[in-house]
Design a protein around this ligand. Structure first.
Ligand code: SF4
Length: 264
């Protein structure tokens, strides 16, 4: 029996941002030749690895602030930096972030216990499987399960930001599916400032989301990507696939205004 297709929050958000970008990323092989490394992804990967080690009880190598700072160097990902100066500056910021994080975790423990780290959860939606990779799930003293997502580039975050975040809502659905008898909430932690925003889906919202995801997932999986024509948008100037889309005769970038913003 053929395996069911999978959709993840990042696939779905890619599609919502631009269906052609979804095509080049997940459907059409030609896209992979145009993918570039980006320093912000490398930076985020490094921080995730260090925090994963800190919370992993099987890894005793990152228990203190000093060990966390060393771990930034040990887990550093070089790709995407434009110069060694840019990379050194980022490494300094990364060390500050993890030092602050570990210090706070040691001095002000939340009282919860870490239940899952970097864990992939699945949920059969019928025509496809919804997948999500959760940075961390804590079990709080009152029994609530809190999924925590680290954002390495963000400085501020509000509860409303979390409530409207598709990925955070998908993670809640996945947790609800695997732990149906437990209250669930989702939080985003802005690592640069340690600001945290949280939200929780009601039963009605969770059921509505599941229905919306099912409809959207079917649209994504049934689109005719071969015939798809790229439609220019504000994202295009920063998009890796711009050279590919430019090959389409009808494709035209929006006009750049003098202040650098885009005009449709
Ligand atoms: S260049 Fe523009 S239209 Fe093409 S994939 Fe990127 S965002 Fe979409």
């Amino acid at each position: 029996m053929p395996r069911k297709p999978t959709l993840s929050p990042s696939k779905i958000t890619t599609y919502l941002a631009c269906p052609t970008r979804y095509k080049w990323t997940y459907v059409d092989e030609r896209g992979k030749w145009y993918l570039r490394s980006h320093h912000y992804y490398s930076f985020g990967t490094t921080l995730h690895r260090v925090l994963q080690r800190f919370h992993d009880s099987a890894d005793q190598g990152v228990q203190t602030v000093e060990q966390a700072v060393v771990a930034v160097e040990e887990n550093w990902v070089n790709a995407g930096y434009r110069s060694s100066a840019e990379m050194e500056e980022a490494m300094g910021i990364g060390k500050e972030i993890v030092a602050n994080y570990v210090d706070q975790a040691i001095m002000q423990p939340t009282g919860g216990r870490v239940l899952l780290i970097e864990k992939q959860l699945r949920m059969d939606m019928g025509p496809f499987v919804l997948l999500g990779r959760l940075d961390r799930v804590d079990e709080l003293p009152d029994g609530t399960l809190e999924v925590i997502d680290y954002k390495s580039q963000r400085r501020g975050i509000t509860d409303d930001d979390v409530a409207s975040d598709l990925a955070m809502n998908c993670y809640q659905l996945l947790l609800r599916h695997h732990y149906p008898d437990r209250p669930v909430k989702a939080s985003i932690l802005a690592l640069q400032t340690m600001q945290k925003g949280s939200a929780s889906l009601s039963d009605t919202e969770a059921s509505d989301l599941q229905g919306d995801l099912l409809a959207l997932g079917q649209e994504i999986l049934n689109r005719d990507y071969e015939q798809m024509e790229p439609v220019a948008k504000d994202l295009c100037p920063q998009c890796d696939f711009l050279p590919l889309c430019r090959k389409h005769p009808e494709f035209q970038l929006p006009v750049l205004e003098l202040d650098g913003s885009l005009e449709e």
